[in-house]
Design a binder for this molecule. Structure first.
Ligand code: B12
Length: 213
């Protein structure tokens, strides 16, 4: 079996030893960590979600998968990447009621690595905390993540609150996460949407008028 396929399958099977071994070998071969994360590792998480939906996996399995995923990020040193901050300030968080943090943290890491200063508010973040952080850090962008269809509507609450607080003109709103889409972003009045961490950075730059493309 191809190494990437083995990596993916062993994450789906929650076989940490086999997963870490495949990961080590891929890295030894010079594979790009972000390609591994956004490729086979993310595909495995999707499959795990499907197994959960079908009743084959339970929350415990999703938790173990998240744990293995985070271990891999540590192994690859992705967590510590970057600290320069010249492009702008981003306040990021997973919205109220939602505790999925892997995707949000990847976006935060990628933004940092690209030269943004990122204030990560964590998960289950309500509008007050977003507003407070925007003021405190004079943010250029509010970035929100939601993986649940039940929590994505809270993004609109934050957008509206930014308006009520007179902050909407000076801050751009970027959203992402499984339950969102470009259309949803437009519907709630956000400025941008990113499918993944790489796209998130591209859109963040575009929103601030950085870069030529
Ligand atoms: C791991 C997991 C969990 C873990 C989370 C652990 C953690 N520390 O994060 C635990 C066990 C806690 C969990 C709990 C629940 N989960 Co869950 N979970 C998952 C799972 C399997 C993987 C998520 C993940 O980490 N993916 C990997 C990362 C890299 O991908 P990502 O998060 O999508 O992020 C990428 C993009 O979306 C994007 N992105 C994300 N955020 C942002 C933000 C910005 C600004 C931008 C630009 C981009 C961006 O970029 C990221 C990198 O590419 C998904 C399945 C799936 N298909 O995703 C289900 C899933 C999201 N969970 C689901 C459900 C139902 C639940 C529970 C409600 C279950 C329950 N009955 O309790 C609870 C809810 C808890 C809560 N209140 O939040 C459903 C949601 C269905 C829906 N339509 O709402 C899913 C889809 C599973 C399924 N198919 O049924 N879960």
């Amino acid at each position: 079996m191809d190494l990437r396929e083995r990596l993916k399958e062993s994450l789906i099977d929650l076989d940490e030893d086999s997963f870490l071994e495949a990961l080590g070998r891929l890295l030894d071969q010079g594979a790009d960590p972000w390609e591994i994360i956004l490729g086979p590792m993310s595909e495995a998480m999707e499959e795990i979600g499907r197994l959960y939906e079908e009743g084959e996996y339970f929350i415990a399995e999703m938790l173990v998968a998240a744990d293995i995923f985070k271990k891999a990020l540590k192994v690859m040193g992705v967590e510590e990447v970057g600290s320069e901050s010249t492009l702008g300030v981003v306040v990021i968080g997973t919205v109220k009621g939602d505790v999925h943090d892997i995707g949000k943290s990847l976006v935060a890491t990628m933004l940092r690595a690209s030269g943004f200063r990122v204030i990560d508010l964590g998960v289950d973040v309500d509008a007050d905390r977003f507003i407070q952080a925007v003021r405190e850090h004079d943010a250029d962008i509010v970035a929100m993540s939601a993986l649940l269809t039940t929590t994505r509507n809270y993004m609109k609450v934050v957008v509206d609150r930014l308006g009520e607080e007179g902050l909407r003109e000076r801050v751009k709103v970027l959203i992402g996460g499984l339950s969102t889409s470009k259309e949803f972003a437009e519907k709630i009045g956000a400025d941008g949407w990113g499918k993944n961490a790489i796209e998130g950075v591209e859109v963040a730059k575009r929103l601030l008028g950085i870069g030529g493309d």
